[in-house]
Design a protein around this ligand. Structure first.
Ligand code: ADP
Length: 180
């Protein structure tokens, strides 16, 4: 199955998705924050924060897994995206690392379907088109190396972000078609 057919784009609130894991764009304390992080903690309930307190934070570009508690998702994978400082401070590599490390955790736990928000593109200021390109390419490359996770959802908060991801997937699909 081509990797691009394992990629799904939806416009939704990630806290509502029924998947094995949703990814949280957390901060390095893992103790909650605004944006998608705040929404996930509100929906999951206080037990999520209690488990996060035991994790001793998380480095930028790394990821840690917890239970999903009151969420429909069984797990939350917390990753810490880079703050955008203009692009010459390792931001692209760190953002790609967030996707890879999250997928490695999902694979190690045998998860079939996971959903990502657009990491770093809110308060952390990463330009949305550049972030979508990294997200789609990194996930697609990772999926080539195994059959878990089976599917990855890019959960966008608005239609414009969804369109950016769809366009990147289309570019990838046509590049694969050309090489066959
Ligand atoms: P960061 O600090 O990594 O930039 P934010 O939470 O500020 O994280 O934003 C990351 C992305 O998540 C943004 O594109 C924002 O629009 C989106 N977002 C915010 N809330 C939700 C939600 N409930 N579901 C899905 N995406 C969300």
């Amino acid at each position: 199955m081509p990797e691009s057919s394992r990629l799904i784009v939806v416009t939704a609130d990630i806290t509502t998705l029924d998947v094995d894991a949703i990814v949280n764009a957390a901060n390095s304390s893992l103790l909650g924050g605004g944006g998608v992080d705040g929404a996930i903690h509100r929906a999951a309930g206080p037990q999520l924060l209690a488990e996060c307190r035991t994790l001793d934070g998380c480095e930028t570009g790394d990821a840690k897994i917890t239970g999903g508690y009151r969420l429909r998702a069984r797990h939350v994978i917390h990753t810490v995206g880079p703050v955008w400082h203009g692009g010459d401070s390792g931001e692209p590599e760190l953002l790609a690392s967030c996707y890879r490390r999250s997928l490695e955790l999902a694979r190690r736990h045998g998860l079939k379907c996971i959903a990502f928000p657009s990491i770093s593109t809110g308060v952390y200021g990463y330009p949305k088109a550049a972030a979508a390109k990294i997200a789609v390419r990194t996930v697609s490359d990772f999926l080539k190396s195994g059959d878990r996770p089976q599917s990855v959802t890019f959960c966008c908060f608005d239609h414009r972000a969804a369109e950016l991801h769809r366009r990147e997937i289309a570019v990838l699909g046509s590049a694969m078609g050309e090489s066959q």
